[in-house]
Design a protein around this ligand. Structure first.
Ligand SMILES: [Zn+2]
Ligand SMILES: [Zn+2]
Ligand SMILES: [Zn+2]
Length: 291
C-alpha cells in the first residue's frame, strides 16, 4: 500500500494506517474544541471511533475466515476502514462475511444503550457526553454502511441475497444498478444540502460502482460461453470456459488453454498454472479435476 505503514499485527491480520488518517485526526479533534471541558476527551473520542471502525473490520475478517475464506489485511483511511476479504464463491459465505461488519456496530449500539442506564454523577458530565457521542457516531457508521450502494456493506448484502436466486453474475449486475441509483440519490442530497464531503463520497461510490458493473457484464458474458466439461476448478468446481480467453505471455497470441493442453499453439510456451475465471484462485493445470 502506498502512503501507509503497518500499525500492528493481530492473529495474522496486518493493520495498516494511511498517513492521511493523522491529518484527519488532527483536523477532527480540532473541530471538537469546546465539546468537553478538556480537549483530551476529544482525543479519546477519536481513538474510540478508530477502535469502532477497527472492530467492524475485524468482524469481516473473522467471519470470512469462518467460511473458509482468506483475509489478512485491514487498511484504515480517514473515511473508514477496508478489510480485504476473499470468502468462498458461495452466496452464504459472502453474506456472512459482509453482514458480520455491521453486526459488530449493532452489538456496540446495544452496549452503549445499556451504559446510559448507569446513573452518573453531575461531575461526570464529560463521560455522559462522550458516551452519547459514541452512540451517535456508531449509529451513523451503521446507517452509512447499510446504504444499498455497492460496494458498501449494504450493497454487498443486497448482492449476496440476490445471488441465492439469480446467480453470481446477474446478482452483481442488479446490485450495481441499485447502487447506481443510490449513489445518485446521495449525490443529489449532498448537492441540495451543500455537503461537499458527502458529494465527494457519492462520486467515489459511483466510480467504484461503474467498475463493478463492467465486471458484472464480463461475468455475464462468461456464463454464456460453452464449457470444457472435462476440466473443473479444484476450488469452486466450475467447468473452464471454452474460447480464446488466454493470452500467451511470450508471444501475446490468444488461445484456449484447456483445448491445447496448456501449450501456446503459436510458440509452444507451456503454462504451469492458471487462475479460475469464476473464483479467481490460481491452481496448477494438473490440479484441475478431469472427468
Ligand atoms: Zn464493512
Ligand atoms: Zn505463445
Ligand atoms: Zn474456481
Amino acid at each position: 500500500m502506498q502512503g501507509g505503514f503497518r500499525f500492528f499485527r493481530f492473529r495474522g491480520v496486518d493493520v495498516s494506517v494511511h498517513w492521511t488518517w493523522f491529518l484527519a485526526a488532527a483536523f477532527i479533534i480540532q473541530t471538537r474544541q469546546g465539546a468537553y471541558t478538556s480537549l483530551w476527551w476529544s482525543v479519546v473520542e477519536y481513538l474510540a471511533l478508530f477502535l469502532f471502525v477497527l472492530l467492524h473490520e475485524f468482524g469481516h475478517v473473522f467471519a470470512c475466515r469462518q467460511t473458509g475464506g482468506q483475509s489478512d489485511q485491514i487498511i484504515l483511511w480517514p473515511l473508514g476502514g477496508i478489510a480485504y476479504v476473499n470468502p468462498p464463491q458461495r452466496p452464504s459465505a459472502q453474506l456472512w462475511s459482509i453482514a458480520a461488519g455491521p453486526l459488530v456496530n449493532v452489538v456496540l449500539a446495544a452496549l452503549l444503550t445499556v451504559s446510559f442506564l448507569i446513573p452518573l454523577d453531575a461531575k461526570f458530565l464529560d463521560a455522559r457526553a462522550f458516551l452519547e457521542r459514541l452512540w451517535f457516531i456508531n449509529f451513523l457508521l451503521l446507517l452509512f454502511n447499510l446504504l444499498p450502494v455497492y460496494p458498501l456493506d449494504g450493497g454487498q448484502i443486497v448482492r449476496s441475497l440476490l445471488w441465492f436466486w439469480v446467480g453470481k453474475a446477474r446478482s452483481l449486475w442488479i446490485a450495481c444498478l441499485i447502487g447506481f441509483a443510490g449513489g445518485l440519490a446521495v449525490g443529489a442530497l449532498a448537492f441540495l444540502a451543500g455537503l461537499p464531503l458527502t458529494g465527494f463520497i457519492a462520486v467515489y461510490l459511483l466510480w467504484i460502482n461503474w467498475g463493478s458493473f463492467q465486471n458484472a457484464r464480463t461475468l455475464l458474458r462468461l456464463e454464456k460461453l460453452p464449457r470444457h466439461s472435462r476440466f473443473r476448478c479444484p476450488e469452486c468446481q466450475e467447468a473452464a470456459p471454452q474460447g480464446k480467453l488466454w493470452k500467451c505471455p511470450r508471444c501475446q497470441a490468444e488461445f484456449d488453454l484447456f483445448a491445447s493442453g496448456g501449450q501456446c499453439p503459436d510458440c509452444g510456451f507451456a503454462a504451469a498454472e492458471t487462475s479460475c475465471v469464476h473464483c479467481g484462485r490460481i491452481h496448477p493445470l494438473s490440479a484441475w479435476i478431469r472427468n
